[in-house]
Ligand binder design. Structure first.
Ligand code: PNS
Length: 172
């Protein structure tokens, strides 16, 4: 039986923390689908297409693919015949929300198991939100995201006047 895992998230944008988790998951499972949530409620910095494109560029493992989904994660997982949901946990503060999601997902789809993975300690404090904030205020994010992501952020912040310095979009 093929073990197919889904790694869902916003990935706005992908960071080395995400990539660290993807690399670890790629070793554990036959197939890993990195799935970007199309969430109309959030106003992300990058479009879903841009985020997919960046992820596809950053993902080098042959058993990892990139996709997008809308609606319930468990419905998408069923459709893809995936029985594992991967989430990266950094600090204890992540746990409460992750626990709620994992238990709700288990209730909705008992055949699937949520696996929490720890990113490498160098990445345990990185979040897309913090990366965007630091970058928008002129700080260096080198080593936290791939170089081409940094470049895309530079282009975005040049053209996006809705992200003024000091007033960052509060998205992941
Ligand atoms: O990177 P994020 O923003 O922390 O990812 C959150 C995500 C996409 C995993 C979560 O919001 C999700 O699964 N949304 C899909 C809708 C859904 O299934 N909601 C019920 C979750 S219990």
């Amino acid at each position: 039986m093929i073990r197919r895992a889904i790694y869902p998230g916003s990935f706005d944008p992908v960071t080395y923390g995400h990539l660290d988790v993807i690399g670890r998951a790629a070793k554990l499972f036959d197939e890993v689908i990195v799935a970007i949530l199309k969430n109309p409620g959030k106003s992300p910095l990058f479009t879903v297409e841009e985020r997919m494109d960046m992820l596809r560029r950053a993902v080098t493992w042959p058993n990892v693919s990139v996709d997008a989904f809308e609606g319930l994660l468990v419905d998408y997982a069923k459709e893809k015949r995936a029985t594992v949901i991967i989430r990266g946990i950094r600090a204890v503060s992540d746990y409460e929300y992750e626990l709620q999601m994992a238990l709700m997902n288990r209730r909705l789809y008992p055949e699937a198991e949520t696996i929490f993975m720890l990113p490498g300690e160098d990445y345990s404090y990185i979040s897309s939100k913090l990366v965007k904030e630091v970058f928008s205020l002129g700080g260096s994010v080198s080593g936290l995201v791939p170089r081409f992501v940094e470049q895309r952020m530079r282009e975005k912040f040049k053209t996006h006047t809705q992200y003024p310095v000091g007033g960052l979009n509060p998205n992941e």
